[in-house]
Design a protein around this ligand. Sequence first.
Ligand code: ZN
Ligand code: ZN
Length: 326
Amino acid sequence: MSILSQPQYNPLPKSLLNTAHHHQCLRIRIYCSTTTAAAAATTTTATATKPKYNSQHHLVMAPTPPPQITTPPLPPPPSPTNQQRVMLDDPTLKSTWSHRAWLATGCTTVAVSLLKCVTGAVDSHTWQEPILAGLAGYILADLGSGVYHWAIDNYGDASTPVFGSQIEAFQGHHKYPWTITRRQFANNLHALARVITFTVLPVDLAFNDPVLHGFVALCSGCIMFSQQFHAWAHSTKSRLPQPVVALQDAGVLVSRLQHADHHRPPYNNNYCIVSGVWNRVLDEYKVFEMLEMVVFFKLGVRPRSWSEPNSEWIQEETQTEIPLLK
Ligand SMILES: [Zn+2]
Ligand SMILES: [Zn+2]
């Protein structure tokens, strides 16, 4: 909005005003009012209309009616229901028998480790150390989930050996975060279950120490289920089972509020997705930013988060159909 004002305009010098011809001089006062961009756009129309004068021969700019802006009607937006249905019908969200098999082997190896922990503790009558080891495993699993999440969020692409599919999945997750809540259970967990199978199975076969298995069982179990905790962090409160909400509120599982910050600019924090207990310290001390600098200066590779806000991490509009928080 602009205000245009002009002082009274005398077309002749003051000394000439009291001449025999001064009655012929037209003293013009232009009254202008606040204008908007829309009104400014109608200047052409205003100048084309016939000027009007009041009784003191003051030119009065008659108010002009608001311009009649005629815009062609917008095409109807795509139906959210249809759009959502297309997303939910995506076969990549569904579990296959292969996914279920990997999840079963992952769960079995973790269960064997847990069983060895319990039986070893019973046999040795030592509970304190295995429980403390399990607690350490749970806490370190959160750190491990953060490091892993940071790495695949920022480096590599779909063609990266071994991790390519995980990297692609996490990139897609940033574009359509809400789809994780519709991804079927085994589909969501099978990739980590496969990693757990290959790492925990040798430990199961080689060791019987209850303290070691206390650590391994809790750490590997939390890492394997971290994607489920992640999915719960994206769900709405009303859709979650009450015990899950209670665990989130207690900080045992990563909270919806904390993880929501991961999906907002600058997209470089709150990577941990088990309990989220490490997020504050890692972000406060800028641990990942320091690691990114080390990688950049040593290898010349820029993390994806430095490219914000222009990267593919910007969420698609369909995300708003299922709110991140409630
Ligand atoms: Zn992420
Ligand atoms: Zn997420």
